[in-house]
Design a protein around this ligand. Structure first.
Ligand SMILES: [Zn+2]
Length: 672
């Protein structure tokens, strides 16, 4: 343990710009520095370092913090490891307080286990690369799978010889302790080798230390287990480990997505082809510990399944756990009889990438379709399946995501939305009750917390003030599901209007479509010409109208025009929209995942952003028109004027159609 005085000294020495500079090229901009974000892939720098506040922050993906936080997140350091990194950098001597005898023993045990595993890894690798048997059996197997030598080195593959105790004897001759060898089960109870005549996969923890092995037999004897694994030890807790995570973590962060496969060779094969954000759960379905590991790097999981229906159904059960963690889960079904490795070898990396991008399907919808296919003509089974699906939906923490799923599933299973909502709400109430109990139990057991890294949490992620209360969802929405329509009524159109204005001001001059050579402003304004006078918010209305007028007169308009506008209200709105262009209304972004999805590289995404904004805007406007027309239908009916009533009902029907179409489009976008 480092002494408190020493901790303070180290923390005070740490300058954020020095630390970040170790990983990122920084350029000065005003009082701050700016560079390309190390946490996500970007072409235009949005990673800002503030020496004044001694913190950093990415305006694209939101990651950052003080020096310690930055190191912990980027390098997966523990608090102490981060401190040691800083101390080393500034030449500060780390004074370690004396550990208790027990803590020393524990640390020594861990270190020794890593050390022994490290030796075993080298032994098996050398056997593979340097012995005749290793080369003719092991190496030729890996090569036949298409693994290049660089890949074999990178994944530290090996070969365990067939003789009875070659490894054990060699380790003991080198002075390794037999008790430890047995504890790791590298040596069996009869002092022989546990792994014999197998090709070896080295299993690492996320920081790259060797924690276990898996050995695959090459014998065709059906009685021999295909794979055997190291048993669990102090350093190997199976359900918290993902194979390949130490090599994948950087790519997972950059791609903002984790691809999950089943087998070791799938990971290696994909990695070798340049798809590096891939890990394997090694067998069974995902565990909570594994999900938490992925969650450190990304909320997005894409799971590749080989096309065996029974296996998929079993695996789907485990996925409800992922939903509870508010992760976005997509599923890709590979063609019949193919696993990721074989399919990749067959079609090549480009086609493979295209395939998984195109076939990726949202988990809940995937599950719904899969289960539904079996229920044709069996109403009882159908009812069971609907229950099953609703129970998945009920586990999603975000109420708005839930509502959207309910809407989509209601359409898929052809059932009243309200029925699903009632069913889901019942389950949610149960889940909440269960959750409370579980949390209570956990709290009772939980030990004292870890030291929190210091820092100024208010910079710069503090949410901007709410405008006109429009983004605030009423508390009763927090847990219960409401129909999507109802959500729309709750929040009003001001948000959609604001978004349109934001895009116009910040990117109106950008090219929307290079072929047609039209700008974002031309695209948006030509699409909303007929409702320019119907903006609910007077300020936004003024801006779109003025922009429109200037466009008609072919006058150039950009943000500085509105920043210097004679109308104070317009100046104020413009400043507000420009000062936090990527971060405004975080509440809404989270709730509706919009436009967060396209905001990561805003400068490259004006086209996507415009299309999305316009859709939601239209949807909102049409919804308002539907409400108006409903009033008219009712008024006509009250008057007994049936001709007029039918006329309005026809209009209403048309509007409903358009609305549903838009809802479908936006929903698909939202749920991605
Ligand atoms: Zn970033």
């Amino acid at each position: 343990m480092i002494t408190q005085k020493n901790v303070t000294e180290i923390l005070e020495a740490a300058k954020i710009e020095d630390i970040v500079e170790d990983f990122v090229n920084l350029k000065r901009r005003g009082v701050n520095y700016i560079g390309l974000c190390p946490f996500h892939n970007e072409k235009t720098p949005s990673f800002t370092v503030s020496p004044g506040k001694n913190i950093c922050k990415c305006f694209g993906c939101g990651k950052g913090g003080d020096p310690v936080q930055f190191l912990r997140e980027l390098e997966n350091f523990t608090f102490v490891e981060a401190l040691k990194y800083i101390a080393n950098k500034y030449g500060i001597k780390v004074e370690e307080k004396e550990l208790s005898a027990e803590a020393i023993a524990e640390k020594q045990l861990y270190d020794s286990l890593y050390l022994v595993n490290g030796y075993a890894k080298e032994f098996y690798h050398e056997q593979l690369m340097e012995t005749d048997k290793g080369k003719s059996v092991g190496l030729s197997y890996f090569k036949q799978r298409g693994f290049r030598e660089g890949t074999i080195e990178k994944f530290e593959l090996g070969y365990a010889p067939a003789s009875k105790a070659a490894f054990t004897n060699s380790a003991i001759a080198k002075g390794y302790n037999k008790t430890l060898l047995k504890r790791l089960k590298l040596t069996n109870q009869y002092d022989g080798d546990f792994f014999r005549d197998r090709v070896m996969f080295t299993i690492h923890n996320v920081s790259g230390k060797v924690i276990a092995f898996a050995g695959r037999t090459l014998s065709t004897d059906k009685k021999t287990a295909k794979y055997i694994n190291s048993p669990e030890t102090e350093i190997y807790v199976k359900n918290k480990v993902l194979y390949g995570a130490h090599l994948a973590k950087k790519a997972i962060r950059q791609e903002d997505e984790c691809i999950l496969v089943e087998g070791y060779t799938d990971v290696i094969s994909l990695h070798q082809s340049g798809i590096e954000n891939v890990v394997a759960s090694s067998g069974t379905s995902l565990t909570e510990g594994q999900i938490n590991l992925i969650k450190r790097f990304t909320p997005n999981i894409k799971i590749l399944y080989d096309g065996d229906a029974a296996g998929i159904k079993a695996a789907l059960r485990g996925l409800d756990l992922v939903l509870e963690q508010d992760m976005n889960v997509k599923v890709v079904l590979l063609p019949d009889g193919e696993d990721p490795d074989s399919y990749m070898q067959k079609v090549g990396v480009t086609a493979f990438k295209e395939f998984i991008a195109e076939q990726a399907e949202d988990f809940i919808l995937f599950k719904t379709n899969l289960l539904l296919a079996e229920t044709v003509g069996d109403p009882v089974k159908r009812a069971e399946i609907i229950k099953d699906i609703v129970s998945s939906i009920a586990r999603i923490p975000d109420p708005i995501k839930r509502s959207l799923y309910v809407k989509q599933c209601a359409q898929l299973v052809d059932i009243e939305e309200q029925t699903l909502i009632n069913e889901a709400n019942k389950l949610i109430t149960q889940n909440i009750a269960k959750g409370r109990k579980k949390r209570q139990i956990r709290r009772d057991r939980s030990p004292v917390g870890k030291p929190a890294p210091s820092g100024d949490p208010s910079f710069p992620s503090a949410p901007p003030p709410m405008v006109e209360g429009e983004e605030q969802l009423p508390p009763e929405l927090a847990d219960r599901i409401r129909p999507v329509d109802e959500l729309n009524q709750v929040v009003g159109a001001a948000y959609q209007e604001k978004d349109i204005v934001r895009i116009l001001i910040s990117g109106g001059n950008q090219i929307f479509d290079t072929e047609e050579n039209i700008t974002v402003a031309e695209y948006i304004l030509s699409n909303i010409e007929d409702v320019l006078d119907d903006f609910d918010n007077a300020g936004y209305g003024l801006i779109v109208n003025e922009y429109h007028q200037r466009l008609l007169k072919k006058k150039a308009t950009d943000h500085s025009y509105f920043l210097n506008h004679s109308d104070e209200k317009i100046r104020e709105i413009t400043t507000g929209l420009l000062s936090s262009p990527y971060e405004y209304s975080p509440n809404w972004e989270e709730k509706f995942e919009q436009p967060l999805r396209t905001q990561k590289n805003p400068e490259e995404n004006f086209t996507k952003d415009s299309i999305y904004s316009l859709r939601t805007f239209k949807q909102k406007k049409i919804h308002q028109m539907r409400l108006d027309i409903s009033d008219k239908v009712k008024a006509a009916s009250d008057k007994g004027d049936f001709d007029e009533m039918i006329k309005f009902m026809k209009v209403k029907k048309k509007l409903d159609e358009v609305y549903n179409e838009l809802a479908l489009q936006t929903n698909t976008v939202v749920i991605k």
